[in-house]
Design a protein around this ligand. Structure first.
Ligand SMILES: CC(C)(COP(=O)(O)OP(=O)(O)OC[C@H]1O[C@@H](n2cnc3c(N)ncnc32)[C@H](O)[C@@H]1OP(=O)(O)O)[C@@H](O)C(=O)NCCC(=O)NCCS
Length: 177
């Protein structure tokens, strides 16, 4: 898989590339950190192990799944996943997930991952990306809307989080548009 380079808002270099098995410990720890914020993901305890991440990364070599890692200089800063929809008739549709580490947010990493994710999706023959976010996640919504994702639905009170009941916002983008 290709490698993409960007410049962060603070002037440092951002590299986005396909994750390798050696990256599994970073993706695992990064996911755990965001889950433990109890703010942005509808998961309360990170049950996965490093080996699960290594297996997932290995699968991306032979399947249409994608796992991209973002590095600021050489430090892990976040990652993005694409997974095909289950339906036979929806194999052109990828489900996207993204996290950026707290200390690296609002520095252009999310945008860099999203732009690379769209390139990677096209390389794996997807023509549409779907995602969902908490309705109170203003940063995520700002990022997705600025990249052309549109809201296609709202699931009211869909998540019972420590901060209260949260609506789920469903969004999508057709890459050929
Ligand atoms: C949502 C998330 C992926 C965005 O990544 P990021 O690296 O922080 O975002 P970027 O710095 O690339 O900014 C992208 C856009 O987000 C919005 N944004 C970023 N920081 C913001 C802030 N502090 N306040 C409001 N909007 C903000 C802006 O629209 C920005 O566009 P701009 O650069 O043209 O101003 C990241 O904040 C994150 O991982 N949050 C926690 C986990 C999460 O919410 N994951 C997504 C679940 S659906």
């Amino acid at each position: 898989m290709k490698l993409w380079e960007y410049t962060a808002k603070d002037g440092r270099s951002i590299t986005v590339r396909g994750a390798t098995v050696d990256d599994a410990k970073y993706l695992h720890a990064g996911f755990r950190n965001v889950v433990e914020e109890h703010m942005w993901l509808p998961t309360f305890t990170p049950n996965s192990h490093v080996s699960d991440w290594a297996n997932w990364i290995s699968r991306t070599r032979h399947t249409r799944e994608v796992l991209l890692i973002a590095l600021v200089d050489t430090e892990y800063a976040g990652h993005l996943s694409l997974q095909p929809e289950e339906w036979h008739a929806s194999q052109h549709v990828a489900k996207l997930g993204i996290i950026v580490m707290k200390e690296h947010r609002s520095n252009g990493i999310g945008r860099s991952l999203m732009l690379s994710g769209e390139r990677a999706a096209l390389e794996k023959d997807y023509s549409k990306i779907i995602l969902s976010t908490f309705d109170d996640n203003e940063v995520a919504k700002g990022l997705y809307v600025s990249l052309g994702y549109r809201v296609v639905g709202i699931r009211k009170n869909h998540f019972n989080m420590p901060k209260g009941l949260i609506d789920e916002l469903l969004m999508e983008k057709e890459l050929s548009e």
